[in-house]
Design a protein around this ligand. Structure first.
Ligand SMILES: [Zn+2]
Length: 287
């Protein structure tokens, strides 16, 4: 076998294992960030008996499998979602890394591309923030502005990378601003047209002309949907067109569809799933 290919397979395997470990950390983030607790200190403990968990209990995914989903000390069942998030993160890391295997950095070889490797690292960070946002949205039925700013910060890091590869700057900015523009148009239409479902046509048009639909959108009662909309716009911009196409389309359809209250917990999953699909199907200028 070709040495380069073997190097890429081994690296992808390690990226997957690394993803499992990171997934275990993401579980802590998902649980603690909404409570405003620190994510760097404190021990993990059993939710039932309070026993502090040791290293053999904390091997991502495998501890859960070997303990058959039960606490070693009290036998209480452990929710499978922790293992699922670890597995999902590992899988996402492996898939994204395999697809961008030409970016792997091996010092000493000719034609190396450290900027491409850093671009892969930023993409993996982005995947982490999106997974955390997705689960917080599911648990609390609302997004958090802070997470959208992390997404935009990672996009800024990607733009910063263009210093190393000047030719990238224009395509990256073009791709991201197209996605930003389309998501802004989608959100503007949703905000203006949202009373349409609830109101008779006469009131609906008066809402548009008096600006009431816009004021309603920015009222305190709508904070939840605003945080979710911001996450959608931030993720779409960060991955740029054409990768954002699925995300733009899916979010517009779901957001325009029936019962928003019921759909809120699922919005994060829709954003995350469609964005990931886009990044895998259309690796574009940004990532
Ligand atoms: Zn226990």
């Amino acid at each position: 076998m070709d040495v380069l290919l073997m190097f890429q397979i081994v690296n992808t395997f390690f990226a997957g294992v690394f993803g499992l470990v990171i997934g275990s950390f993401l579980n802590v983030c998902i649980y603690r960030i909404p409570e405003g607790r620190t994510i760097v200190k404190g021990h993990s403990m059993c939710m039932s008996c309070g026993h502090v968990l040791g290293a053999p209990d904390l091997v991502p995914l495998f501890s859960w499998l070997f303990l058959k989903g039960k606490c070693r000390y009290c036998g209480a069942p452990i929710a499978s979602r922790y293992a699922k998030i670890e597995g999902l993160t590992g899988l996402v890391f492996a898939v994204l890394s395999w697809q961008r295997r030409d970016f792997y950095y091996l010092p000493g070889l000719p034609d190396q591309n450290p900027a491409g490797f850093l671009r892969l690292i930023i993409l993996l960070f982005l995947a982490c923030v999106v997974i955390v946002s997705m689960m917080i949205q599911k648990d609390h039925k609302t997004g958090m502005y802070r997470l959208s700013f992390y997404v935009l910060f990672l996009f800024a890091a990607r733009v910063f990378l263009c210093i190393f590869d000047r030719a990238d700057l224009v395509p990256v900015l073009r791709s991201a601003s197209a996605a930003l523009l389309i998501s802004a148009v989608i959100l503007a239409l949703l905000i203006i047209l949202s009373p349409f479902k609830r109101k008779p046509p006469r009131l609906f048009f008066s809402d548009i002309f008096t600006g009431k639909s816009i004021r309603d959108y920015f009222s305190a009662a709508n904070r939840t949907i605003r945080t979710t909309d911001l996450l959608f716009a931030a993720v779409s911009t960060a991955i740029g067109v054409p990768a954002a196409i699925f995300c733009l389309f899916a979010y517009a359809v779901v957001r325009a569809a029936g019962n928003q209250e019921k759909l809120l917990p699922l919005m994060g999953i829709i954003i995350a799933g469609s964005a990931l699909t886009g990044v895998i199907v259309f690796p574009g200028a940004v990532f």
